[in-house]
Design a protein around this ligand. Sequence first.
Ligand code: CA2
Length: 143
Amino acid sequence: MQTIFVLNGPNLNLLGTREPEIYGSDTLDDIAQALHEQAKGLGVEIDVRQTNHEGVLVDWLHEAREVGAKAVLLNAGAYTHTSIALLDAIKAIGVPVIEVHLSDPSKREEFRHISYVGMGAVDEVKGLGPRSYSVALEKAAAL
Ligand code: CA2
């Protein structure tokens, strides 16, 4: 069975604890559980991870290539807007990356309008709350 990595960046471990008006009240575990159910129906395996460290995200993107992952869903959190290292990794791995966001960064502060991740991603899903992940998983399974 093909594996889809679901990689989450800084502060997303705090989901469900603060700012529910922006990010909703589901925890990352809630989202992961729903995605595991959805993945079964789609006939794919998912590997859901979270880290607060940029280099770990780079390592996990490399790992996606090494294990022949079908695709990566990437919510890089604030690194989306700052990290050329993530852009370089996305371009290097040859695995399609779909950018995911709970909120719609383009409707928020100006510093969130640039997305380095988006410059390398094949697609993006944003602004749908936790449903952004499920829509992105459906797209990834169909790649
Ligand atoms: O909307 C998204 O998914 C973001 O990637 C979330 C990031 C933000 O920096 C991006 O611009 C958009 C922030 C994640 C912070 O998550 C928290 C969750 C609960 C409480 C505090 C932060």
